[in-house]
Design a binder for this molecule. Structure first.
Ligand SMILES: [Zn+2]
Length: 95
């Protein structure tokens, strides 16, 4: 069981409960904050790798000796994202 912190995209709190599934099987979540306008949302893994903070973490973990599979497990991004970030980083430092 992997713990994934789920955050409401509207109020950024983690008072979030699971709220059934979509027809395609995607897990839905509901924000438990009564002051929040957002009620039901989906967890979007594929957006995670685009965040600059995640890219920095990928580079930092690589420098600390973590392999691609470690990074995938810890950060919850895809291995394609990790490889993509590292390739771009290499190209930049070779210039
Ligand atoms: Zn919320």
């Amino acid at each position: 069981m992997v713990f994934v912190p789920v955050q409401c995209p509207e109020c950024h709190r983690t008072d979030v409960v699971r709220y059934g599934k979509q027809a395609n099987g995607t897990q839905r979540y509901r924000c438990d904050n009564s002051d929040c306008r957002r009620t039901i949302f989906l967890l979007q893994y594929h957006d995670k790798g685009r965040l600059p903070a995640v890219k920095q973490q990928i580079v930092a973990m690589t420098l600390n000796g973590s392999g691609v599979r470690d990074i995938v497990r810890v950060l919850g991004v895809s291995s394609a994202t990790v490889i993509d970030v590292l390739k771009k980083k290499c190209q930049r430092s070779n210039r």
